[in-house]
Structures are given as C-alpha cells and as structure tokens.
Design a protein around this ligand. Structure first.
Ligand SMILES: *Cc1c(COP(=O)(O)O)cnc(C)c1O
Length: 399
C-alpha cells in the first residue's frame, strides 16, 4: 500500500531528511533513537494524556456549524482547537516535547517564535515543568508582538531579541539552532511545527495526531461512521493540518483540502504561499519547497497572519501537494478576513487569522460539495490575539 507517512530515512517522497551541522549530528541521532520508544511507552502516554485532559482541556469539541453548513451546502463540523488552554493547537505539541525532553534528561529548553504563539506555548509548559526556557524572537517581531512577549516573560521565560537578518522568524530559528549547537548535551530544542530535521516533523505530527484520533470517535458518535468526506485546515509549517489528517492520511476516501497564506496574491511578491511558488531547497535542516531567489537567498514571506508567515512548509505537506494527495489552495488576506467575520457572525466564534485561511477555502470548493458531504475543518486557534487586525479592517469587510 502507498503511504504518505515518513520512511525509515526520514523522508516523505523527496522531502524531509536531516541536514544538520556535524556538531548536532549526535544530538539529532539521539533524539531519532529516543522519540518513538518514549512516545509509545506507557509512562509517557499516561502523563501526556492526563495533561491533555486536565490541563489543556481535551477532547476539544467537534461542533456541527449549522448556519455555515447551510451556507456552503454540506455538513460542516468544526474541530475546536481554539478552546485549548493558551488558545490554539500548539500546546499539544509543546507538552509532548517537554515530556520527551525530561525523559531524555535534558535540563534546559530553547525555542524560536515568530508571532509569539509557540513561544507562549513553550513558556507555559516550561513554567509547568519548572524548566529554564530561552525563546529566540526576531527584534522586529518583539516590537510587533508586544503582548506575547510580556506573556512569555510573565511565565518566566527569557525572551532573546535577534538583531540579525530581517529580524523575523527565520533569523530567530537560526539563532535557536546556534544556541542548540553550543549546548547540545543539556538543551532540548522545542520546535513549534512540522518543520526542521527528521525526526521533528514526524514527532510533531504524532504529538498533534490526537486531533484526528478524536475526530474519529467523535464522528463515529455523531454520524455513525468514523471518517469524513473532507478534511480542511490551514498550513503554516503544517502542524495543525498534520494532526487533523494524521489518521486519515492513507485513507483515500477522505479528501484533504489545505489553505496556505496567499498574502496579497501568489502572483505578487507579497505572499507566503510556498507550496504554490516555492522551489526545492534546504531550510532548517529539511528538504522542502521554499521561497527563494535563483541563487538560493530566502525571500521574506508576507501574510496578514503572523502564524503563516514562514518561507517554506514542512516536508509532509510538500509531499501531499506534489503527489496530489492534498488539494492546496491559497487564501489571500482579504479572503481570510472576510471568512473570519463570516464565522463570527454566523456561529459566534471569532477564529484566529490563521484558521480563517482554512475557512476562506469554503467558497472556493463550494461547487464540489454535496449536501450529504461531511466536512471537518480545524479551527486551529482563537482570534483574541488578532483583534487589532480585525478592527483595523472592519470597515472594508463588515458593512
Ligand atoms: C502557529 C499557528 C498556525 C500555523 O502553524 P501550523 O504548524 O501550520 O499549524 C495556525 N493556527 C494558529 C492558531 C497558530 O497559532
């Protein structure tokens, strides 16, 4: 049977692998040997499951959105990751990785963050586990995401502003990797998405796979069968999408539709739609499609949504796109904004701007939907953090 899961060398088709400097080779090898036995151990599972239930608030509801269903002519269920502690799916992964770090005897955590959402999730679990935490963040982002910086500090993390390059996520990631290179023995690098060298994409996908595990039994309870006709999610690095599709990835009855950030349009220079316009290259230890010039310089991505503003996409989704297993469509800024206001007005749910990029695909695929089709769409996070942006654009959308 054809599988879209990782192979024994850490590849998804031609994507993935572990391109790391010599000095990290042993650290990454150690993690590669350790992560599966740890994740599959009863001790890990007991602790991880208990925290997901009592600390994160799982299972997250699967909600039949009646008015949206009517509008789009299908049975639309929303997977409510926005209701998790800290407001998004990222906590599922952060909890899993810090438990793995502890089992491996690591004493210190580093992380990178762009919008600050992964930084907050990491700072949260470090407070919970009493581990020292340093979060690298581009100096530009430190200014733009002031509230999240204060949240991280309040949680006890040290926020380290990065002054190199464009002073955004890519530069923060480089700096986090540099730190990891200097302290490979005692430091664990908590990566926030399905990116980075193998085994990170597979490890993060497994830690997020609780999303599709729940969708299975929740659908069974609600509609009497455990699979939908469509799964939809937004893609930045790819972790909420990976979790949403994990247990269905090889099930061809289930169609997969993913939204990436079109920005001002894929034919402009202001976009983050790396699957549409990217070319093969290596970024942060992984072979993926990324936005680069002909001589391999990274093109700074743009999206209204800080969480989708990454110049590449993880190897899992690059492979799903290249093989045609997933339909990957861009959603532009204005389409995402409109979708966010629509969900708010029709269902009383203010989604994160990232999640709005999945919602914005509903009008694009409406013609292919049948009234009996069951569609599960993951609302990856809540929109509190995006309120300023929503207010700034309200008059254009909401008249
Ligand atoms: C970070 C973030 C994303 C994008 O990350 P993925 O790894 O692609 O899931 C999406 N939604 C929210 C709410 C986020 O915070």
């Amino acid at each position: 049977m054809k599988t879209y899961q990782v192979d024994e060398n850490g590849y998804y088709g031609q994507f993935g692998g572990a391109y790391v400097p010599e000095i990290l080779y042993k650290t990454v090898e150690d993690l590669k040997k350790a992560y599966l036995p740890i994740i599959e151990s009863k001790e890990f599972q007991d602790e991880y499951r208990a925290l997901l239930r009592d600390y994160v608030g799982r299972p997250s509801p699967l909600y039949l959105a009646k008015r949206m269903s009517e509008k789009y002519g299908c049975q639309l269920y929303l997977k409510r990751e926005d209701l998790n502690h800290t407001g998004a799916h990222k906590i599922n992964n952060a909890i899993g990785q810090i438990l793995i770090a502890k089992k491996m005897g690591k004493k210190r955590i580093v992380a990178e963050t762009g919008a600050g959402q992964h930084g907050v999730a990491t700072a949260t679990v470090c407070a919970l586990m009493n581990m020292p935490c340093r979060v690298y963040m581009g100096a530009t982002d430190v200014k733009r995401q002031h509230v999240n910086v204060e949240r991280m500090k309040m949680l006890g993390a040290e926020v380290f502003p990065v002054e190199s390059g464009n002073k955004t996520l890519k530069d923060a990631t480089n700096e986090a990797i540099r730190d990891w290179c200097c302290h490979p023995a005692d430091t664990f690098y908590i990566i926030g998405s399905t990116v980075g060298p193998h085994p990170y994409p597979d490890m993060v996908a497994r830690l997020q796979s609780v999303i599709s595990e729940e969708i299975k039994w929740q659908l069974k309870e609600k509609i009497g069968r455990d699979y939908p006709d469509y799964l939809m999610a937004c893609v930045g690095g790819g972790s909420n999408a990976a979790g949403t599709i994990y247990h269905y990835i090889d099930d061809e009855r289930v169609k997969i539709v993913l939204g990436e950030a079109g920005g001002l349009g894929v034919d402009t220079n202001m976009t983050a739609a790396s699957m549409q316009i990217g070319t093969l290259g290596i970024l942060h230890g992984s072979r993926i499609k990324l936005m680069q010039t002909e001589d391999g310089q990274i093109i700074e991505p743009y999206s209204i949504s800080a969480g989708l503003d990454y110049p590449g996409t993880g190897p899992i989704h690059c492979n799903l796109y290249e093989t045609g297993r997933a339909q990957v469509l861009p959603a532009n800024d204005d389409e995402a904004l409109r979708a966010a206001f629509e969900l708010t007005r029709l269902e009383g749910i203010i989604p994160a701007l990232e999640s709005a990029h999945a919602l914005a695909l509903l009008p694009k695929i409406k013609d292919q939907l049948k009234p009996t089709d069951v569609v599960v769409l993951t609302v990856s996070g809540r929109g509190d953090k995006d309120l300023d942006t929503y207010l700034a654009h309200r008059s254009e959308i909401d008249n």
